[in-house]
Ligand binder design. Structure first.
Ligand code: PBG
Length: 328
């Protein structure tokens, strides 16, 4: 039917009918909050990410109690260890920063769902997401050597009580290596959230300050994906599903809505997470501080768009604000 019989404005006439025909919804239950946990006795504000801190263990309990009151039910942890070395050995210590943090969180609120980022960039002195092969002309990351230790790190998080592990280093075979190792050690019940489709993105800028994990030379282009590629994302996702990923992730979120859409269409049976990364968050914060945009409206629109594209849930630095806004 054509106009004038069809008039789409009929279903936009007031808030009630608009809500009744709304197709996509954002709930606090769709949001996972990233937390940065640092060694030492003091927490530090992260300048480029207003409202976020590098939390020391001492302040973590209080933070978890606040988040619980807000209704936040899931967090993803990033660690800033005391010592960095060439192989990131602090990352799989029994009393490493993340391992301790999990225990603090679970003591405060056993129901808080704890996801851990499994990677080496915050633990290596060179800031890359794996081992560097010395003999390699470009000093590139050694894929298969990295797999051995990435599995060790994942197991140590699971042993400390992590509910889910999320490998983010983009090594080939990373999901399979972790799945096999977890299964061999009695952790077949621990799910893997794979950063399956992760781009070499400049939107990670503020995160590198937050997690102190910037590469000291070169960049991440030999392991993270080229932002110009889309078909390749389907190959990445297919491999990870084969290797046993329980949930797929696309990262960043907002600038990659086409990728989220394609992955959901191609793998409708696999839950899909999107990561609204630090740069996406900080840009909205900065523009709002200048009074150029409405923070709440733009943040909510950015998140509903990610869901509309096909994400089932979202890792977002706005989770605290969402809790407050949705309560209002
Ligand atoms: C670690 C990791 C990064 C992010 C999540 N896990 C940094 C990177 O890959 O360089 C970025 C998250 C963000 O920007 O919010 N590999």
């Amino acid at each position: 039917m054509q106009f004038p019989v069809t008039r789409l404005r009929r279903l936009r006439g007031n808030p009630v009918i608009r809500d009744l025909v709304q197709e996509t919804h954002l709930r606090l239950d769709d949001c996972v909050l990233p937390l940065f946990i640092r060694h030492g006795e003091k927490s530090f504000d992260i300048g480029s990410m207003p409202g976020h801190r590098q939390l020391c263990l001492k302040d973590l309990s209080q933070e978890i109690s606040t988040l619980t009151q807000l209704g936040i039910r899931a967090v993803i942890l990033f660690g800033i260890p005391e010592n960095k070395d060439a192989i990131g050995s602090d990352s799989y210590l029994d009393d490493g920063i993340i391992q301790q943090a999990i225990k603090v969180i679970k003591t405060q609120n056993p129901a808080m769902y704890v996801i851990t980022d499994v990677c080496f960039c915050e633990y290596t002195d060179h800031g890359h997401c794996g081992f560097i092969c010395e003999n390699h002309p470009t000093q590139d990351v050694d894929n298969d050597k990295t797999l051995e230790l990435i599995a060790k790190q994942a197991l140590s998080h699971a042993k400390a009580g992590a509910d889910m592990v999320a490998p983010s280093g983009n090594m080939d075979g990373m999901v399979g290596a972790i799945r096999t190792y977890l299964d061999q050690h009695g952790f077949s019940h621990t799910p893997i959230l794979s950063y399956a489709v992760k781009y070499a993105s400049s939107f990670y800028g503020p995160f590198r300050e937050a997690a102190e994990g910037a590469p000291q030379f070169g960049d991440r282009k030999t392991y993270q994906m080229n932002p110009a590629n889309s078909n390749e994302a389907l190959r990445e996702a297919a491999l990870d599903v084969e290797e046993g990923a329980d949930i797929l992730m696309v990262k960043p979120g907002g600038p990659y809505l086409d990728i989220i859409y394609r992955i959901k269409q191609a793998f409708p049976q696999v839950p899909l997470c999107a990561y609204q990364v630090s740069g996406e968050f900080s840009m909205i914060k900065a523009a709002a501080e200048k009074g150029w945009i409405d923070e709440k409206k733009v943040a909510l629109e950015s998140l509903i768009s990610i869901k509309r594209a096909g994400a089932d849930f979202i890792i977002t630095y706005f989770a605290r604000e969402i809790a407050k806004w949705l309560n209002d």
